[in-house]
Ligand binder design. Structure first.
Ligand SMILES: C[S@@+](CC[C@H](N)C(=O)[O-])C[C@H]1O[C@@H](n2cnc3c(N)ncnc32)[C@H](O)[C@@H]1O
Length: 359
């Protein structure tokens, strides 16, 4: 296999939550502008994906340099793809597919067979499961699979005969199938919101960062804590929590001995001592939350913060950018070295989750 294959890709395919195609399109257009990529958007409402069609086809290396998956908020996955392949013969889809895959000139670390995350897409998942085994066996026979490769092979099925073949660098893409992390609801956690915080830590922090920033003995405040799903995640990590909410906390979380519950207004409360983490899951206007988080960070009440921004019905992307800019301005004016990471998680609906890490 050539080290620097010259195969050219015609588009970026971006997967997103159905209904958020506009936001996904806006963010890829903005990123493309900053990196001088030329192209245009093709998308359908509620399709669960967006195409950014390149004015000129580019190599995987060029695209990888231009695109930063980490910076994208509404994009679950981003792959470099060819043109749509239609009319695959029903009696032998594999032979023509293998020919196309060979022409990319790369070996692959893994194979994902994916669909849009829509009801139509879900109907294809049985087909994808059945197709996976024969395809990967064939790829292995052709020496196209190699654990050491940086590249993952994605086949995106719109139907059993209309597909895109794409690739993604494992260093610049979501690690999970369809860009969706699979988490099991912990049996004794008090609310499903617990999955949101678990997903936030696993998605927005690397494993090394999780070890560094979520250590036994650390302290936190959870604003809007009831019934305790987020608090539960901290307790699992042996982190102390001051839980602020007029609502009740789950007795099992309180039994841990790590939680103090205070009936107070989350917009007024400040902790007696600075804490490592501020958690905030109060349902409020996003700019109001962003201002609160900025105040906690700037006044030194917390080192790091994780919070939700509930999005308005319209101008959702603009609102995210306004909140980001508010936080950035506050941190820069205070001379704080920080990093903001934002993502619409699988467990987020009309909202996104953000982490601010102070260095
Ligand atoms: C989405 S729920 C939080 C769920 C929680 N994170 C969990 O995992 O179980 C929002 C909570 O915010 C609380 N809340 C809303 N406004 C608040 C305020 N101003 N001060 C304190 N709590 C507030 C509500 O009482 C509600 O329990």
């Amino acid at each position: 296999m050539a080290d620097t294959p010259q195969h050219l890709f015609y588009q970026l395919l971006l997967y997103c939550r159905a209904g958020f195609e506009k936001e996904c399109a806006s963010e890829i257009q903005l990123q493309a502008q900053h990196t001088n990529l030329q192209g245009y958007i093709k998308t359908k409402p509620d399709s669960g994906y967006v195409q950014y069609v390149l004015a000129e086809p580019l190599s995987a290396q060029e695209l990888n340099k231009a695109i930063s998956y980490q910076q994208l908020v509404f994009t679950r996955q981003c792959i470099f793809a060819g043109n749509i392949i239609k009319d695959l013969p029903v009696d032998d889809r594999i032979t023509p597919l293998i020919e196309q895959i060979k022409s990319i000139g790369l070996q692959f670390n893994d194979l994902y067979l994916e669909t849009p995350d829509t009801n139509d897409g879900k109907q294809m998942s049985g087909f994808c499961k059945k197709f996976f085994h024969p395809l990967i066996q064939n790829l292995k026979r052709q020496s196209l699979m190699n654990q050491a490769s940086e590249w993952r092979l994605h086949i995106f099925f719109l139907s059993s005969s209309a597909i895109y073949i794409g690739i993604a660098s494992i260093h610049n893409s979501a690690a999970d199938h369809m860009g969706i992390i699979r988490l099991q609801m912990p049996r004794n956690a008090p609310s499903r919101s617990t999955l949101k915080l678990e997903e936030a830590f696993k998605t927005l922090l690397s494993e090394k960062e999780q070890q560094k920033y979520l250590r036994t003995g650390m302290t936190s405040v959870d604003l809007g804590a009831s019934p305790g799903g987020w608090t539960w995640q901290m307790v699992q990590r042996n982190i102390k929590v001051i839980a602020i909410d007029n609502g009740n906390m789950d007795p099992a979380v309180m039994d841990s001995g790590l939680v103090v519950h205070q009936h107070a207004d989350g917009f007024v409360y400040t902790p007696p001592e600075p804490v490592d983490w501020l958690l905030c899951d109060m349902v409020e206007r996003p700019l109001h939350i962003a201002r609160l988080i900025a105040r906690w960070l700037v006044d030194g009440h917390c080192k790091h913060a994780v919070f939700n921004l509930k999005l308005p019905m319209k101008q959702r992307y603009q609102m995210v950018e306004d909140c980001r800019s508010l936080l950035e301005t506050a941190m820069q004016q205070a001379g704080i070295r920080y990093e903001i990471r934002m993502k619409q998680l699988y467990h987020d609906r009309e909202e996104i989750t953000c982490i601010v890490i102070r260095h």
